[in-house]
Design a binder for this molecule. Structure first.
Ligand code: GDP
Length: 363
């Protein structure tokens, strides 16, 4: 699962990417500094890992990981090949969700490509490019679907109907993600069309240090837009987060306290991105490691096991499952078992977020 960071030049994408991945890539104060997309991995902070370790002795903790791509260089006209153009749109096609960074900070020293700070205009600039690219896709797919539909092909008819709905919405200047489809078959067809503007979006409002809660008027406007057209909003001061990411734990705690934050906003952002992607975690816990594994919401026991090793799905026999809350209450796995709270689950079991699992396999 991969999230892509997008946004206009100079809004703080690289700063945020660096803080998130601590990869130390270039962050220069001019457009197009990051020509190649940068891929990094971020640990998903999860307090439950520490809780488990409080009860089960283990050598190490391994958090879940989210992949992140910094997709720089989208400017007005990208869908027509302007700037670094279509290449970036292709990168967006490959990600599962979008983190759209919008500049909500004023800073006379940092040039804005359009001359002034205006997050709504910025969002529209980028989303217009995505929508224009989608309109091009619709046009090419629609004619083909119409031809096949005329032969009586049911799938093509369905595709055509969905494409026409998308086209109508795009023509109004609205992203495909704003399309409400009740029919699950239509929803599936839509998902298969892979529109850029259908991706789930988390707007990352890059705010001033004095508006960390995102109460200012610029962020409010972003929130309002997200409510109308789909998307979530989170306020982050990228520059502050970059500084925080370089500190050791003690200094970080001190700095967090001085600015009135409980934890780095990046921890909140990472969790929000994780949920946006429709992901959840389960845990394995033993003397060697306590580890969080990433699965899509709704995954079954065998599917969850396959994340550890692809052979495990086929060889799955059953899972022994308990929750972190059971552990907090009863303190040891032995006590959980004795209290009859260790659940034995079969192949149909749908995993719950935060399950602690022992799998039994046939290998
Ligand atoms: P990108 O082009 O979107 O990747 O933007 P960068 O991350 O390179 O940031 C552009 C400039 O804005 C750099 O000089 C950053 O130091 C600065 N910057 C990033 N975030 C903030 C912020 O939260 N506040 C202020 N004042 N400057 C920031």
């Amino acid at each position: 699962m991969e999230a892509g960071i997008v946004g206009l030049p100079n809004v703080g994408k690289s700063t945020l990417f660096n803080a998130l991945t601590s990869a130390g890539i270039a962050s220069e104060n001019y457009p197009f500094c990051t020509i190649e997309p940068n891929v990094g991995a971020i640990a998903v902070p999860d307090p439950r890992l520490g809780v488990i370790r409080g009860f089960i002795q283990s050598e190490k903790i391994i958090p879940a990981i989210l992949e992140l791509v910094d997709i720089a260089g989208i400017v007005r006209g990208a869908s027509e090949g302007e700037g670094l153009g279509n290449k970036f749109l292709t990168h967006i096609r490959n990600v599962d969700a979008i983190l759209h960074v919008v500049r909500c900070f004023e800073d006379a020293d940092i040039t804005h490509v359009d001359g002034a700070v205006d997050p709504i205009r910025d969002i529209e600039t980028i989303e217009t490019e995505l929508m224009l690219a989608d309109l091009q896709s619709v046009e090419s797919m629609r004619d083909k679907a119409a031809r096949t539909a005329r032969t009586g092909d049911k799938d093509a008819k369905l595709r055509l109907a969905v494409l026409e709905k998308c086209e109508a919405l795009l023509a109004e200047g609205k992203p495909v993600r704003a399309l409400q489809l009740d029919d699950p078959i239509e929803q599936k067809t839509l998902a298969g069309l892979q529109f850029l503007s259908s991706k789930r979006v988390l707007y990352v409002a890059n705010v001033e240090e004095d508006d960390l809660e995102g109460k200012g008027p610029l962020v409010q406007r972003v929130r309002q837009r997200a409510e109308e057209l789909g998307g979530e909003v989170i306020a982050v001061c990228a520059r502050l987060e970059a500084e925080l990411s370089e500190l050791d734990e003690a200094d970080r705690a001190e700095m967090l306290e001085s600015v009135g934050l409980e934890e780095p906003a990046l921890a909140v952002l990472t969790r929000a991105a994780y949920h946006l992607l429709g992901l959840q975690s389960y845990f394995t816990a033993g003397p060697k490691e306590i580890r969080a594994w990433t699965i899509p919401t709704g995954a079954t026991g065998p599917q969850a096991a396959s994340v550890i090793h692809s052979d495990f799905e086929r060889g799955f026999i059953r899972a022994e499952v308990y929750s972190v809350d059971d552990l907090i209450e009863l303190k040891t796995e032995k006590a959980i078992r004795e209290a009859g709270r260790l659940r034995v689950e079969g192949k149909q079991y749908v995993m719950r977020d935060g399950d602690v699992v022992h799998f039994l396999f046939n290998v």
